[in-house]
Ligand binder design. Structure first.
Ligand SMILES: Cc1cc2nc3c(=O)[nH]c(=O)nc-3n(C[C@H](O)[C@H](O)[C@H](O)COP(=O)(O)O)c2cc1C
Length: 173
């Protein structure tokens, strides 16, 4: 398996539109011994508060949300969509509350300091939590968006993380 190397965030070649909407990411977090991951496609990357950041939208009922709340970090993992489509679908359907998803998907965990990520990823963003904000019904100018996306009023929590490390497989970029 190819090794990871650290890349300067300004040299990252990623397209948040295709990487998130078409190929998805795995949000991974750890609290003590517990590690969990979930598929996600809502979020983005950019500059905020003079820092390189990533932001993610996680619904309150996700088990991964519990672990993110207990941790100072989360990682965003981008895997080859063609190779790992089944795993990505499974990790976006099952809950880590009920089963060991990482073992079932046969993903191998590596660590950057104490932050878990997957050896199968091509690109990894290690993010340090900067802020957490609960969206509410009142957040929406366009009420229809709230109705369409949150019929059960399970409004997402927005986490902004500082991009502390960007890892890329050595045979990429
Ligand atoms: C393509 C795709 C994208 C998803 N994007 C998100 C997302 O951005 N935010 C979210 O809260 N859930 C999203 N989900 C749903 C979670 O991945 C799913 O509920 C998962 O089972 C949660 O796992 P957990 O309970 O182990 O955390 C997505 C699922 C799929 C298949």
């Amino acid at each position: 398996m190819a090794k990871f190397k650290k890349i300067d965030p300004k040299k990252i070649y990623m397209n948040p539109f295709s990487d998130l909407d078409d190929t998805w990411m795995l949000i991974t977090a750890r609290a003590g011994e517990k590690i969990n991951t979930m598929t996600a496609s809502w979020g983005g990357f950019g500059v905020l508060w003079n820092k390189n950041v990533a932001y993610i939208f996680v619904r309150p009922q996700r088990y991964t949300r519990e672990l993110i709340d207990k941790s100072d970090y989360f990682s965003l993992n981008f895997l080859d969509h063609e190779l790992y489509k089944e795993e990505l679908e499974y990790l976006g359907r099952a809950s880590g509350r009920d089963e060991d998803k990482i073992a079932k998907a046969q993903l191998s965990v590596a660590y950057s300091s104490d932050v878990p990520y997957f050896k199968q990823a091509d690109k990894v963003l290690i993010c340090r939590k900067l802020s957490r904000q609960q969206i509410t019904k009142d957040s929406f100018m366009e009420k229809q968006l709230a109705e369409e996306n949150y019929p059960e009023d399970d409004y997402s929590i927005v986490y902004v993380g500082e991009l502390e490390e960007f890892l890329s497989k050595e045979d990429q970029n």
